[in-house]
Design a protein around this ligand. Structure first.
Ligand code: HEM
Length: 436
């Protein structure tokens, strides 16, 4: 009997030692045996929960998901130091559900190592050729925004859920770049794809153990099984497009990203000069004269931050920083929200105040602007930044040229709370667009 008790005690101690928080790791909420910190908060509470943890534990804290440490880094200086100065150490992605199950370690966003480096260089060069960072990209965005405005007009000022059309429209910009084709709003196949994508982005959430241990995703209790049909449908959709491209491929007419990829495969050394020529519409040209629009959009990005936790990074080797151990292969979140909601940088952080980005001369600038890192920083910083910024600018300015925007009910403005999947998804709301 005593032997059995002794064995059970030793086993329990072993389990505790193996699944507890390793020595040196930043502090964090108390771990339970085996499960660690699983189930601390719901995805809809994630951002608020992390803000609380930062108040309690400071700029470095950790959670244990079973035996795997997840480390959270807050503060502009720490994030810059680690992602830029120690960029080599922190530029890999961890092996989590999206990298293992969705991307299968290929692609760009979830890949690591030599594969990632090659894809990233190819993406940056190709996108630059398609006008990234240049004004000529705007004609495509403008074409899409104009279609969207026509669509909005159909509602004649009646309230409607703006999400679907907005999503289609933004996705269409990417589709034009990737597949050389935009989709009509009524296109049933595209509609279905949007719905599936929405499911994927909501179901696959950072807070679930199945995110960190992909093999758990097969158990329906973790809800990730819902992601499977989406991944399959997305893969089929992309394969179909690639096949179409292969059949009509002409190396003298590179239409889009897929064509560029096919050409690179065929002839890796030849430089192809494919730029889209822009239309006559001068909107980007007057951007510098509209500092308040820039300030407004930056404030929107600050409060409507879509990746509050950033995408996860991992450590190549054990790494000591300010007395803390970041063990090899730990999952690390360089918390964008900790910067964008930091009262030391942005006084009254919950207040929507675009003026914070206007300097004494009435120009777009100032210290707070330099601390805005919604696209992260360092080697894995978002390569889509120029397009994202151009879209934000063109969608907004052209919307405001055509419509006054009003809430459905002025007493109940849309909520700024979101639900964190991979991205932070806003709650749906209706707006009224009144033609000017
Ligand atoms: C407002 C819009 C956007 C925001 C706030 C945003 C933000 C981010 C952030 C925070 C990351 C993670 C960086 C890191 O790991 O340190 C990221 C990665 C990435 N973004 Fe964006 N992004 C936006 C739009 C776009 C667009 C329009 C594209 C495509 C054209 C894009 C393509 C990517 C890719 C491919 C990665 C992965 C890069 C890598 O792993 O090397 N993003 N983005």
């Amino acid at each position: 009997m005593w032997v059995t008790v002794a064995i059970v005690v030793v086993l329990l101690c072993l389990i505790w030692a193996l699944t507890g928080r390793p020595k040196g790791l930043p502090a964090g909420p108390t771990c339970f045996p085996i499960i660690g910190n699983i189930g601390l908060f719901r995805p809809s509470e994630a951002t608020q929960a992390h803000r609380k943890f930062r108040k309690i534990y400071g700029d470095f804290y950790s959670l244990m998901i079973f035996n795997r440490p997840v480390i959270f880094i807050s503060g502009f200086d720490n994030i810059r130091q680690l992602l830029v100065k120690h960029g080599d150490m922190f530029s890999e992605r961890p092996r989590v559900y999206p990298s293992e199950v969705i991307a299968k370690r290929k692609g760009l966003a979830w890949a690591s190592g030599a594969w990632w480096k090659e894809q990233r260089t190819f993406a940056l060069t190709t996108l630059r050729k398609f006008g990234f960072g240049k004004r000529c990209l705007q004609s495509q965005v403008i074409e899409e925004v104009d279609c969207l405005m026509d669509e909005f007009e159909k509602y004649e000022g009646k309230p409607f859920n703006i999400h679907y059309q907005l999503k289609i429209s933004v996705s269409n910009v990417i589709c034009s770049l990737l597949f050389g084709k935009r989709f009509e709003y009524e296109d049933a196949k595209f509609h279905r794809l949007m719905k599936l994508l929405n499911t994927l982005l909501t179901v696959v959430n950072f807070s679930s153990p199945a995110f960190i241990f992909p093999s758990l995703s097969r158990f329906s209790i973790f809800n990730f099984t819902k992601a499977k049909p989406t991944i399959k449908a997305l893969a089929e959709f992309v394969v179909e497009r690639a096949e179409e491209h292969r059949e009509t491929f002409d190396e003298n007419n590179i239409r889009d990203y897929i064509d560029a990829y096919l050409l690179e495969q065929k002839q890796r050394t030849t430089e192809v000069n494919t730029t889209f020529t822009g239309g006559d519409k001068p909107t980007m040209e007057i951007k510098d004269r509209l500092p308040m629009v820039d300030a407004f959009l930056l404030e929107v990005q600050r409060l409507g931050n879509i990746l509050p936790l950033n995408l996860p990074h991992t450590t190549k080797e054990d790494f000591w920083y300010q007395g803390y151990l970041f063990p090899k292969n730990a999952i690390m979140f360089f918390m964008i929200d900790s910067v964008l909601s930091d009262p030391a940088i942005f006084p009254e952080p919950l207040k929507f105040n675009p003026e914070r980005f206007i300097d004494a001369d009435g120009q777009f600038g100032g210290e707070q602007k330099d601390k805005m890192i919604p696209f992260s920083t360092g080697r894995r910083m978002c390569p889509g930044e120029p397009l994202a910024k151009m879209e934000l600018y063109l969608f907004l300015t052209r919307l405001l040229q055509r419509f006054d925007v009003e809430p459905e009910d002025p007493k109940r403005l849309p909520s700024l709370e979101g639900t964190l999947g991979i991205t932070n998804m806003p709650e749906t709301f209706n707006v009224r667009l009144i033609k000017r």
